[in-house]
Design a protein. Structure first.
Length: 198
């Protein structure tokens, strides 16, 4: 008797899981695009998870919805939120974005807007950090120049600090240029076409 009860509970749980899976919001069309990230360490699982979350964040979804509205296209934000997902392809530096909607063109456009917005925000954050660091180093250099100019005699310690700070500023400026190559679209979003029947 007890084994029958366990079987019935297992069947009921399985049926509920199937029902939940069947109701999962998936559009008929699946647009997929990829971005390569060189700025995240290959073994940084948390970093890759964060980047995937940022790619399909609420802010990113709302930004896409607003851009679509500007082009007189309506899309329910909740529908896009449920249809958008991002994951890292195993053992690669590739982040894959998938958007599932019932309209192939809209899925492709929304997917590409998410990718473009992600890269713009990533680049903007990186440039803002580099700009802050460059400003700090420039201020430090100005202070060192003033200190070196005010002294009557040469100060080897201040002179060395000045040269070190100047070299660090040059590194920051090179890093700012490298940021632009840090992440780029590998494959723009598209909906795979079904094979032609013969």
């Amino acid at each position: 008797m007890r084994s029958w009860l366990l079987v019935m509970v297992a069947v009921a749980v399985g049926a509920a899981a199937c029902q939940r899976t069947r109701r999962a919001p998936e559009g008929r069309f699946r647009a997929v695009g990829t971005v390569v990230l060189d700025g995240v360490a290959a073994d940084d699982r948390a970093g890759w998870g964060t980047e995937a979350e940022i790619l399909v964040s609420r802010a990113a979804i709302l930004e896409v919805i607003e851009k679509l509205r500007l082009n007189h296209t309506e899309l329910d934000p909740e529908l896009l939120r449920r249809g958008a997902s991002a994951r890292r392809r195993p053992d690669t530096r590739i982040l894959e974005l998938t958007v599932r909607l019932d309209d192939a063109r809209l899925a492709t456009v929304a997917c590409n807007l998410l990718l473009d917005g992600y890269l713009d925000r990533r680049l903007g954050r990186a440039h803002a950090s580099m700009d802050d660091l460059e400003r700090q180093l420039s201020n430090q250099l100005d202070g060192l120049r003033a200190a070196l100019g005010a002294d009557a005699g040469p100060d080897p310690v201040a002179d060395q600090l000045y040269r070190t700070t100047l070299a660090r500023l040059a590194e920051v400026q090179l890093s700012a240029r490298a940021i632009e190559r840090d992440a780029h679209v590998l494959d723009a979003c598209s909906v795979p076409r079904p094979p032609r029947s013969r």
